[in-house]
Design a protein around this ligand. Structure first.
Ligand code: SF4
Length: 259
């Protein structure tokens, strides 16, 4: 409804698009099923949680190849994560020069490694796998620069905890599909989308990976390539743009004029 101050805030934009939660759960399930048929199941990492945390911290706004090169460079130059922690910051920064914002990531990474050592008495996050997803999230969330996506990546990919990471692709595609409202933030999407998925790490990882792949192609930024998409019948974006126009209602005086 329009007001003098402008359009009223529509709660459906900031939560689920409608109240039929069962229908949204079913849509998420079919989306996952179809995309897994195309891309295969997600495979859990054999990295330990600390190594995954380093990997994800390096990967922010950085391409996979550059992240991989930065991760390898750190281990090649400093031997292990304790070596990275104790090295001069400018050397760490130089080692990861291929990732975006090395000047921010190097000191942040070292601060996190020092904090873990101080709090745990060792440089390891293996204990996270013995905690619940909620407890692990709360522990990681206290580290500076570690947000919901990073937390979920570490806990799902390595500890196999049932918690969904929402990256930019998962966020965009989920909105287009109509699983969450158009103005749901990526942060809020973690909880809303997670509640539509089974409490099963493999199913959650499959959804994450499937939508990430789908967001790279065909559901890209800008204009998605819908002609190549197997989800057209499940997609609100597609339906609203390709729905045939409503038939024109012919009024009585139209008849009179045409008669
Ligand atoms: S139909 Fe188009 S907008 Fe919808 S999921 Fe497929 S590519 Fe994306």
């Amino acid at each position: 409804m329009a007001t003098r101050a402008g359009r009223q805030r529509d709660p459906r934009d900031y939560g689920y698009p409608h109240d039929d939660r069962a229908a949204l759960v079913e849509r998420a399930r079919i989306v996952t099923e179809r995309l897994v048929a195309r891309h295969g199941h997600a495979r859990f990492s054999d990295k330990d949680p600390l190594s995954m945390l380093v990997d994800i911290l390096l990967s922010h706004r950085t391409r996979n190849e550059q992240t991989y090169a930065g991760y390898k460079a750190l281990l090649a130059r400093f031997g292990d994560w304790a070596g990275v922690r104790d090295a001069p910051t400018e050397e760490v920064e130089a080692a990861i020069a291929m990732v975006n914002w090395p000047e921010l990531k190097a000191p942040r990474l070292q601060a996190i490694l020092r904090q873990i050592t101080a709090e745990r008495g060792e440089l390891s996050l293996d204990f996270l796998c013995d905690l619940s997803a909620e407890e692990g999230s709360a522990w990681l969330g206290r580290l500076a620069g570690v947000g919901p996506k990073t937390i979920a990546c570490v806990l799902l990919f390595t500890c196999r905890k049932p918690i969904l990471p929402v990256d930019t692709h998962v966020h965009r595609v989920s909105i287009r599909l109509g699983l969450i409202g158009a103005k749901v933030t990526a942060e809020a999407a973690h909880t809303l989308l997670g509640a539509l998925l089974p409490d099963d790490p493999q199913a959650i990882y499959d959804y994450h990976r499937a939508l990430l792949k789908h967001g790279q192609n065909p559901c890209v930024y800008g204009v998605p390539r819908c002609a190549q998409c197997p989800l057209q019948d499940l997609c609100d974006y597609y339906v609203t743009r390709h729905r045939p126009p409503a038939p024109r209602v012919i009024a009585a005086d139209d008849d009179a004029r045409s008669g």
